[in-house]
Design a protein around this ligand. Structure first.
Ligand code: GRF
Length: 208
């Protein structure tokens, strides 16, 4: 059984897709051990509560320094003994100490086709604003392993989504979530839970 911690900051629709995937059997062998939010008001925490999943807030605002916050987050993750950390709309930059402690065991969803529209500053609506500004006709989402860079780790799954002429950043964000994020995040977790991924030289291959 793969025990996962889901780290969130906001609405938690990706968390919901994971909860639904476990409930409907499209994600097997997986248990959500805990949902951790940096934001006490995140609706994701309410979703956890509704499904009897432990939900906690660890906020930088409650610590004197960023280092103390990072230490508390690491301590909690170690204490939970999770096999995988899933960043699902998590706006906290994961510090190197956590990346090292959970090497190859952290995944993130990015709302664009990496290596486009990613890296420092590309988060939330900003990504979709830049996509529209550049006029690309296809965007999408990427699930990737987290390394010490920003959006640089091995790519697990990607799914393309069409950009339409009259899209606003909000409309495009919603389409990317519905058509790509909520599909590939559950799928990536299921692949990991069933030992189907192999990573060599920074490239992920899916075993049959
Ligand atoms: C998603 O677009 C995710 O890719 C991005 O933030 C959004 C989170 O949405 N990083 P939600 O909290 O899962 O609803």
């Amino acid at each position: 059984m793969l025990n996962i911690a889901v780290l969130v900051s906001g609405g938690g629709t990706n968390l919901q897709a994971i909860i639904d995937g476990i409930a409907n059997g499209s994600i097997t062998n997986t248990k959500i051990r805990c949902v951790i939010s940096n934001n006490p008001k995140a609706y994701a925490l309410e979703r956890a509560r509704q499904h009897n999943i432990e939900g906690i807030c660890i906020s930088p605002a409650d610590f004197k320094t960023r280092e103390k916050f990072n230490e508390a987050l690491l301590a909690k993750l170690l204490d939970l003994k999770v096999d995988l950390i899933v960043l699902a709309g998590c706006l906290v930059v994961i510090p190197p100490a956590i990346v090292q402690a959970f090497s190859g065991k952290i995944i993130n969803i990015h709302p664009a086709l990496i290596p486009s529209f990613c890296g420092t500053g590309f988060y939330g609506l900003k990504v979709h604003e830049e996509v529209l500004k550049r006029g690309v006709k296809v965007t999408g989402a990427t699930v990737h392993f987290v390394d010490e860079g920003t959006d640089t780790g091995p790519i697990i799954l990607q799914k393309a989504v069409e950009v339409l002429d009259d899209d606003t950043p909000q409309v495009l964000q919603r389409r990317v979530m519905e058509q790509a994020e909520w599909v590939i995040m559950p799928k990536a977790i299921d692949l990991i839970a069933n030992g189907r991924l192999a990573v060599a030289d920074g490239v992920v291959k899916i075993k049959k």
